[in-house]
Design a protein around this ligand. Structure first.
Ligand SMILES: O=C[C@H](O)COP(=O)(O)O
Length: 254
């Protein structure tokens, strides 16, 4: 089963409306492969979602960076999945390591969020990844498996899930995982899905890599058989994001 290359741009907590408009104008002018070759999703801060949705080219889509774990109500400061659906936002990023580490989101909480968002019709980019300490102690796969298990226990239909493997030590550090390191975890993760979910889900679910992806390193990473795309932070705010999207051509010619 073919896995369309997927490139997400996570703009995190950055930008003024003027800066956001400039980024959108750059994306709108970019020459990129067609949607059957690469699926592109950008994720601005909540407040800019309507602006970006209205101004962004129609072959790119929009994601929120988070949403609440259940239906809305008395949860000050939160945004519900229902609200995103109401606004016509198709995607949400859940379980980003910054939320796990800084805001204390547990594996179970992230699993609940993924299940609820999917139940409301959102598509989910679910993030997993180990810290440097965990990698150095040899527990990378245990950590990533536990994070994925908490999702698998709550989710039956994986067709609207993209898994983003983002080693925490590579995020915003300029210290990208080597293509071999990324491939190793992606392949293990796919094996885990095969053993614990199904062969079909393992074959069809896109596993994308995030952590210091740039115009300079994207092609080599994209050349790895189990790397199905990227979740890009810093570089997604810059024109080089277009070059990263074009890395999809590596797969096309593989
Ligand atoms: O969601 C994106 C990741 O946190 C990667 O961020 P980065 O590309 O700035 O390292």
């Amino acid at each position: 089963m073919g896995r369309t290359f997927f490139v997400g741009g996570n703009w995190k907590c950055n930008g003024t409306s003027e800066e956001i408009k400039k980024i959108v104008a750059t994306l709108n002018a970019g020459q990129v492969p067609s949607q059957d070759v690469v699926e592109v999703v950008v994720s601005p801060p909540f407040v800019f979602l309507p602006l970006v949705k209205n101004e962004l080219r129609s072959d790119f889509h929009v994601a929120a960076q988070n949403c609440w774990v259940k239906k809305g109500g008395a949860f000050t400061g939160e945004v519900s999945a229902d609200m995103l659906v109401n606004l016509g936002i198709p995607w949400v990023i859940l379980g980003h390591s910054e939320r796990r580490a800084i805001l204390g989101e547990s594996n179970e909480f992230v699993g609940d969020k993924v299940a609820y968002a999917l139940s409301q019709g959102l598509k989910v980019i679910a993030c997993v990844g180990e810290t440097l300490e965990q990698r150095e102690s040899g527990s990378t796969m245990d950590v990533v498996a536990a994070q994925t298990k908490a999702i698998a226990e709550r989710v039956k239909d994986w067709s609207n899930v993209v898994v983003a493997y983002e080693p925490v030590w590579a995020i915003g550090t300029g210290k990208v995982a080597s293509p071999a390191q990324a491939q190793e975890v992606h392949a293990e993760l796919r094996k885990w899905l095969q053993a614990n979910v199904s062969a079909e889900v393992a074959a069809s679910t896109r596993i994308i890599y995030g952590g210091s992806v740039s115009g300079a390193n994207c092609k080599e990473l994209a050349g790895q058989p189990d790397v199905d795309g990227f979740l890009v932070g810093g570089a997604s705010l810059k024109p080089e994001f277009i070059d990263i999207i074009k890395a999809a051509e590596v797969k096309k010619s593989a």
